[in-house]
Design a protein around this ligand. Structure first.
Ligand code: GAL
Length: 968
């Protein structure tokens, strides 16, 4: 068998765990002295309650976002700002080793793979970072981050095998040096470091290896990483906890995906899936560190043939956030990272075979950076609440209780209790957490005024199905105390001359809030609020409605909203600048404002007279500015001055006009497409003299022994990605009548086989990862030489958590081994002037692969953020057997498999697409059925244009075609 020089494989190498362990001749330092660790720096410290940064106690509310899944650096700020606007203060990111060291010893992190712009964008948005560079990351990426060339390492991966450890050294030293410069100790945003990922489970005769974990930690320390180490155990299982000696981390953390990853039943919450043991586990495992959940479910991945990300978003929706996230607060979580908050795209073959091109994840921010899912708004309500509730961080989480605090055992309350008369938090949910029915209840809450039966003014409260609430007592609102509140706090702010508190409740719910105050309450907007003043306490009772009420007690203004209305309020931090980034910790930015608007408010800046808001609008939007300082006289939105009115309690009102722009998108089917045959290997004139021989007689794959005389695992020969080609030559005896072949390419893969130029057949794909096929062979002539050509769609290397490429700009995984890919024809300006013309919707009439390319121009108006999608519209039934790769300006942004699915709509971000200029698209059409196939339809479709303060999106580098030396 021969292989292409730079790409290819039969039985693609998934299981990259290699055999022969036990090589340990590696110098391992002893366990680090915890005191010594703490002394490495003094900016990020911790105790049993929480982290402190620069001496300020802070809850780390983090969202996971992988820069490599959005390869447009000028869009990173947009994602950071959207995460920041939710009230989060941190982002956790993985690093995908295989994208940075495609060839052993050749580390490169430039262009779309550079980290400096990512760190700068985080700083500009005021977002801290948690760095998670592996070396193993899982993350639904090819090889779990491991480059395919590790296949030729004999030692067992993720052990102390010296050849494996040595193979990690260059990567870890290189990436650590880059990240070290961005640590907070050097003025950057990185506050925490996670060595390894889920080093938690061992198979194939392996067992926990603390020396390996310690080696990974030492690599980072030796490269100058001084911030604390956190872990991400695959569940609260107590691995590498502080004080456990070799391999221990500074702050123990674990992950949790309690609803799992099957998006097919999006309303199914199985009984018992709510983790109610987190607090107890924490106390037994790591009581002296902040309770840390380093990945908590924010959505789900979806496999080939899966149910689609809208279903994942429905399963892990706002109700999930209410019940499950609040359950984490009930356990006292102080570092919480939501995986994923922005999922992004598995472009350019970076994903593992268990997923398709989209990695939307059903997360709060969609793949195309939209924040239209309700779960974004719900997460904002919660994170903003915690941001203004510093008492939460020192309150002590108690035990789940279904008898003490309500009048019904159908409900469970977990108290998170402040010391003495300090604020306490009572987290309420259904005892059977999955309950869909509403439950009426009254509360018995301990307060500084004794234990109270609430509501005190009569009536009963309601907890709807799949909801959870946080009732506070003795809650500080900038010097004013809420004795209790059944309505939930969204935010509050103490301005120079007034304090504003925003409370919300579900639709139509009775609520009661008592304020310690001797001032009488006046309803200044709306009606229907019952008020009662007794001995220093003012009690308000109302039923939530979409009509807003505002109650004034002296200089305190209390907004009573329903939840849907609360979603429209924003609490922007003042944007930072230069060396003073606005890392919004608990109560920073009191001089900022509260805004009622619509789609998004990113941030606010002020001059001595002007208030400048930056935000995005998808409709004409009334806006209100609450708390503008008295010296301010002018309002600017996205740089444009707006007139406004001021009401008698100082709120500004204005409106932002929205007009939908006309886009004039091209019709892709009317373009002039050029094509060439993508499989010249089938021609009898084809010479494979430049190909490599597949001549290794051994393989390191422990999961499957060789069944061929030489290894046909592509990764043994350096071919790790995309379409892979094999050629096998033999001399016929004349007695052959069939050809049996086992091909592997991961879930959703396909393969096709030719003998000479005669098509033998295909495996057209399902969720199977490998397949045996037997094809009938025509009568062969004895003594004559024949060639089999095998084409395999490799969907990526499997994750295995148990243990010189041509295009440096787009990275080592972007292109596969098809002839036009080897040549670089998928880039702009291919030499297509002499090619035939024809449209992929006309297709080919025989099994094979055809490569199409075309150009089009976009002239999209500036000032808008407009999602664009390439949509395949095939409706053939039964689905025709073909698969397509979509290249946009040389970047592979879609693997469409017509007969496996589910993805049909492929978003491509601005920056990869040139919104104001010429674009080149290329399509490889691989027909796997007799009679060939055609693309049913391919259109370019826009989502709702968003009038945006996003700013200029820079085009990424997109090298055009040049003749590649040595390409064949
Ligand atoms: C976790 C893992 C992540 C990711 C996640 C599922 O266990 O740490 O890397 O794979 O599962 O999306």
């Amino acid at each position: 068998m021969k292989f292409l020089q730079t790409f290819a494989c039969l039985a693609a190498q998934y299981a990259i765990t290699a055999s022969i362990g036990g090589k340990t001749g590696v110098l391992i330092r002893g366990p680090e002295d915890p005191e010594k660790r703490a002394a490495l720096q003094s900016i990020v410290t911790w105790d049993k309650h929480s982290l402190s940064v620069n001496g300020e106690r802070i809850m780390i509310y983090s969202g996971e976002f992988h820069p490599y899944r959005l390869p447009v650096p000028s869009l990173w700020l947009d994602v950071f700002q959207k995460i920041k606007a939710m009230g989060f203060n941190c982002v956790s990111f993985y690093v995908h080793w295989a994208l940075l060291e495609g060839k052993q010893g050749d580390f490169s992190a430039e262009g779309v793979f550079a980290f400096e712009p990512f760190f700068q964008a985080a700083t500009d948005a005021g977002i801290y970072l948690i760095a998670r560079p592996g070396p193993y990351i899982n993350a639904e990426v090819s090889g779990g981050g491991f480059p395919g060339w590790l296949q030729r390492v004999k030692g067992v991966l993720r052990t102390s095998a010296s050849d494996y450890l040595a193979a990690t050294d260059n990567y870890v030293a290189s990436i650590s040096a880059i990240i070290a410069k961005a640590q907070i100790t050097n003025g950057g945003p990185v506050i925490l470091w996670q060595p390894e990922n889920e080093y938690s489970s061992w198979v194939d005769g392996q067992s926990e290896n603390p020396a390996y974990m310690q080696y990974v930690e030492n690599q980072a320390r030796n490269a100058g990483i001084v911030v604390p180490f956190i872990s991400n155990d695959a569940g609260p299982d107590g691995h590498n906890v502080p004080g456990s000696g070799t391999g221990a981390v500074d702050i123990y953390g674990h992950d949790g995906y309690p609803l799992g990853f099957s998006c097919g039943s999006p309303t199914n919450w199985p009984a018992g899936a709510l983790p109610t043991n987190y607090r107890a586990k924490h106390l037994s495992q790591s009581p002296n560190t902040p309770y840390s959940i380093d990945e908590f479910q924010g959505g789900s991945f979806d496999p080939w043939g899966g149910h689609g990300y809208d279903n994942c978003a429905a399963l892990l929706n706002m109700e999930f956030e209410r019940v499950f996230y609040k359950n984490n607060y009930a356990a006292g979580v102080a570092i919480m990272n939501i995986y994923m908050t922005y999922g992004g795209t598995n472009w350019g073959n970076l994903g593992h075979p268990g997923g398709y091109t989209s990695y939307d994840y059903g997360s709060a921010i969609t793949e195309n950076r939209l924040i239209t899912r309700e779960k974004y708004s719900e997460a904002k309500l919660q994170a903003q609440f915690l941001k203004v509730s510093p008492a939460y961080l020192t309150a002590i989480a108690g035990t789940n209780d279904s008898t003490t605090y309500t009048n019904t055992t159908d409900l469970t309350v977990t108290p998170v209790v402040g010391n003495g008369t300090e604020t306490s938090f009572f987290v309420l949910r259904h005892t059977a957490y999955e309950n869909t029915a509403s439950t009426q209840y009254t509360l018995k809450l301990p307060t500084s005024a004794g234990t109270l039966s609430i509501p005190t003014l009569g009536g009963s409260l309601t907890l709807n199905g799949r909801d959870s609430k946080i009732h506070v007592t003795d809650y500080d609102v900038g010097g004013t105390t809420l004795l209790y509140s059944t309505a939930e706090v969204f935010t509050w702010k103490k301005f120079t001359s007034k304090t504003v508190l925003i409370l919300y409740g579900g639709p139509g719910e009775l609520h009661e809030t008592a304020i310690k105050s001797t001032t009488s309450a006046v309803t200044i907007e709306g009606a229907g609020v019952t008020t009662k003043s007794t001995s220093g306490t003012v009690t308000l009772q109302w039923t939530t409605s979409a009509t807003r009420r505002i109650v004034q007690l002296g200089t305190v203004y209390i907004y009573l909203l329903d939840r849907n209305s609360a979603y429209n309020y924003w609490v922007p931090d003042l944007s930072g600048s230069g060396s003073t980034p606005a890392y919004g910790t608990s109560l920073q930015n009191p001089e900022s404002v509260i805004i009622k608007a619509g789609y998004l408010i990113r941030n606010v800046t002020t001059t001595s007279t002007g208030l400048y808001l930056n935000g995005d609008f998808n409709a004409t939007t009334p806006i209100e500015v609450i708390g503008a300082a008295s010296g301010l006289t002018a309002l600017y939105v996205n740089g444009q001055k707006l007139s406004f009115t001021t009401n008698n309690y100082g709120v500004w009102s204005s409106s932002v006009a929205y007009n939908s722009p006309s886009l004039g998108l091209p019709s892709l089917s009317s373009l002039t497409w050029s094509y060439i045959d993508a499989l010249p290997e089938l021609q009898t004139s084809y010479s494979d003299k430049s190909w490599n021989f597949a001549d290794y007689t051994t393989s390191n794959n422990t999961l499957r022994s060789l069944t061929t005389p030489t290894s046909l695992y592509s990764s043994d020969y350096g071919y790790h990605t995309g379409y892979l080609l094999y050629r096998g030559q033999f001399t016929a005896t004349g007695a052959e009548n069939s050809f049996t072949i086992e091909t592997q390419g991961g879930s959703g893969f396909g393969s096709s086989v030719w003998l000479g130029s005669s098509y033998l057949g295909s495996w057209t794909g399902s969720t199977a990862e490998g397949r045996n096929n037997t094809y009938t062979v025509p009568t062969l002539t004895a003594g004559k030489v024949y060639v089999f050509t095998v084409l395999i769609d490799n969907m990526g290397l499997d994750e295995n958590w148990s243990i010189t490429y041509a295009d440096r700009t787009r990275g080592p995984l972007n292109e596969g081994g098809l002839y036009p890919e080897r040549q670089g024809f998928h880039q702009p300006n291919p030499p297509s002037s002499t090619w035939a013309t024809g449209n992929p919707t006309d297709g080919i009439t025989a099994p094979g692969v055809r490569f199409y390319t075309a150009t089009f121009t976009l002239a999209i108006p500036a000032g808008y953020d407009i999602p664009l999608y390439f949509v395949f519209t095939d409706t053939t039934s039964p689905a025709a057997d073909y698969r397509v790769q979509l290249y946009v300006n040389g970047y592979q942004f879609g693997k469409y498999t017509n007969n496996v699915g589910p993805e049909k709509s492929f978003p491509v971000p601005e920056g990869i697409l040139n919104y104001r200029g010429t674009n080149t698209i290329a399509v490889t059409l691989w027909a796997q059925q007799a009679g060939g196939a055609n693309v049913g339809g391919l259109t370019l479709v826009a989502g709702t244009p968003v009038l945006s303060s996003l700013g200029t999106v820079s085009l990424v580098s997109m090298p055009a075609y040049t003749s590649r030396a040595g390409a064949y």
